[in-house]
Design a protein around this ligand. Structure first.
Ligand code: NAD
Length: 479
């Protein structure tokens, strides 16, 4: 236990309350560390520090800002092993996934360093003695709130575009996975980030998140988390014209057509659903397979899923770690209880807590496949944020699309086919912010990411993310 502290104005400090939150390893139930239990005073101090740092930071040449991000990325790469161990021990994901995520954070910072060299505005020629300049200016102090499922990557998705465009930031990590984010913030400081440019306040949603959202000096909120909390943030900001970006829940459909290579589409579903123990916003959460291949597909899928090894993510041979926290596993137990009580589908494999002493103190759940799921099942209507895959057999593409769109969510969707006509037809009709063809969940830093319907507002990543962090100032010149 090293008792990590929060970062305000360049200093790692305790909360004014002096209270802390214990951080549990979800695989063993042991407390591995603690962080300050932040409050509204801490948020106020962090916002003031970010406001004070804004003038100098925003006046810097973008390339100089980019260089600091790049240096931080280099340090992250050098320390990837230790950072990945921290991530696995607080979040639960297998070490290999944690290492990929930490390197992904470095990759995001490198991407924004690359962009820094070409940040520019516009010029509109008018009459011979008149012209217009279009300036792109930072918004000001930004608040970022992130969940526990991919804490490193999501921190990069917010810090990268915000800082490179000259904004300063106060970030609130999840209360169950703040250690990786604090470690990354410390590396950014070591790389030369001036004090106050990035502040990290740890604590709970209501005590830290709400004062951050409602602080009048915070000009923009970038939130990633559940749709319910996203709605609350929209409500809290409704009395102001503060900008908000909301990256929310999803219930992504995967459509498997009858012309696919079955083994490839099985692997796609296994990775798409069970990566990070199913706790990914763009995981495959509903699978629709054509009836002509359904029996072979489900048999192969079931065999792969039942062979996945569940355990402590620090063990090399483990495919799936625990769920991140007690409540998350309780949700899986409750959703499967309703499936069984209401005969909402046939459980092909899994659907229980694994047995054995190694599972006694962690939040483990067996990878689960449920077939012939009925239209109104909880597994199709609610977001299932864990290792449960519901499968529905469909007669054709139209039926698959209709069922795929029958949800409040609209984050991602995938179509698996070798027929470009089917892929094009489905892409035009699927109601989602992202459509993948023959893949699922991939989200590199250079392509826009975000949802429609109840999955969100605005975009992260790619050049589109810059607009979320910049104001346009039109300058009309009469010479
Ligand atoms: P959550 O909404 O419970 O919490 C997310 C963050 O918001 C946490 O830091 C939490 O402390 C904070 N928070 C909670 N209540 C708040 C409030 N009233 N005001 C301000 N902040 C508050 O979500 P979670 O359970 O941590 O994460 C899982 C959810 O996140 C899933 O729904 C998942 O789909 C979604 N998610 C979406 C994306 C995306 O990019 N669309 C990415 C990852 C996760």
């Amino acid at each position: 236990m090293i008792a990590m502290r929060m970062l305000i104005d360049g200093e790692f400090i305790e909360s004014s309350s002096k209270e802390t939150i214990g951080i549990k390893n979800p695989a063993t139930g042991e407390f591995i560390d603690s962080v300050p239990l932040g409050n509204s005073d801490d948020v106020g101090r962090a916002v003031d520090a970010a406001e004070k740092a804004f003038d100098d930071w925003s006046a810097m040449v973008p390339r100089e800002r980019g260089k600091i991000l790049f240096k931080a990325a280099q340090i992250v790469r050098e320390r990837a092993r230790g950072l990945a161990e921290i991530l696995t021990s607080e979040q639960g994901k297998p070490y290999k996934e944690a290492r990929d995520e930490v390197l992904g954070f470095a990759n995001v910072l490198e991407y924004y360093n690359g962009i820094s060299a070409s940040l520019q505005g516009g010029f509109v020629p008018l009459a011979s003695d008149r012209y217009c300049m279009v300036l792109k200016q930072p918004v000001g102090v930004c608040g970022a709130i992130i969940p526990w499922n991919v804490p490193a990557i999501l921190m990069g998705w917010k810090v990268g575009p915000a800082l490179v465009t000259g904004n300063t930031m106060v970030l609130k990590p999840s209360s169950t996975s703040p250690l990786t984010d604090l470690s990354l913030a410390s590396i950014l400081t070591e790389a030369g980030l001036p004090k106050g440019v990035l502040n990290v306040v740890t604590g709970h949603g209501q005590a830290v998140g709400e004062p951050l959202v409602t602080n009048s000096k915070v000009r923009k909120i970038s939130f990633t988390g559940s749709t319910e909390t996203g709605m609350r943030i929209k409500e809290l900001t409704s009395g102001s014209l503060k900008r908000i970006t909301l990256e929310l829940g999803g219930s992504d459909p995967m459509i498997v057509c009858d012309d696919v290579d079955i083994d490839t589409a099985v692997e796609g579903a296994v990775r798409g659903r069970f990566y990070n123990c199913g706790q990914t916003c763009t995981a495959v959460k509903r699978l629709f397979v054509f009836e002509s291949i359904a029996e072979e597909y489900i048999r192969k899928l079931s065999s792969r899923i039942s062979g996945l090894k569940v355990g402590n993510g620090m063990n090399k041979d483990v495919d799936i770690g625990p769920l991140n926290n007690y409540d998350q596993r309780e949700k899986m137990i409750s959703q499967m209880k309703r499936v069984r009580e209401n005969n909402e589908g046939i459980v092909v494999t899994g659907g229980k807590i694994p047995e054995g002493p190694q599972y006694d103190n962690g939040f483990f759940y067996t990878p689960t496949l449920v077939r012939d799921v009925i239209k109104d099942s909880v597994l199709l209507k609610e977001e299932v944020f864990g290792p449960i895959l519901p499968v529905v057999v469909v007669k054709d593409l139209d039926e698959a699309i209709e069922l795929a769109n029958d949800t409040r969510y609209g984050l991602g969707a995938s179509v698996w086919t070798r027929d470009i006509k089917k892929a094009t037809y489905a892409t035009a009709r699927l109601q989602s912010g992202i459509v993948w063809i023959n893949q699922h969940t991939k989200a590199p830093a250079d392509v826009p990411f975000g949802g429609i319907k109840d999955s969100g507002l605005g975009r992260e990543n790619g050049l589109d993310s810059l607009y979320e962090y910049q104001e346009i100032k039109t300058v009309m010149v009469n010479v």
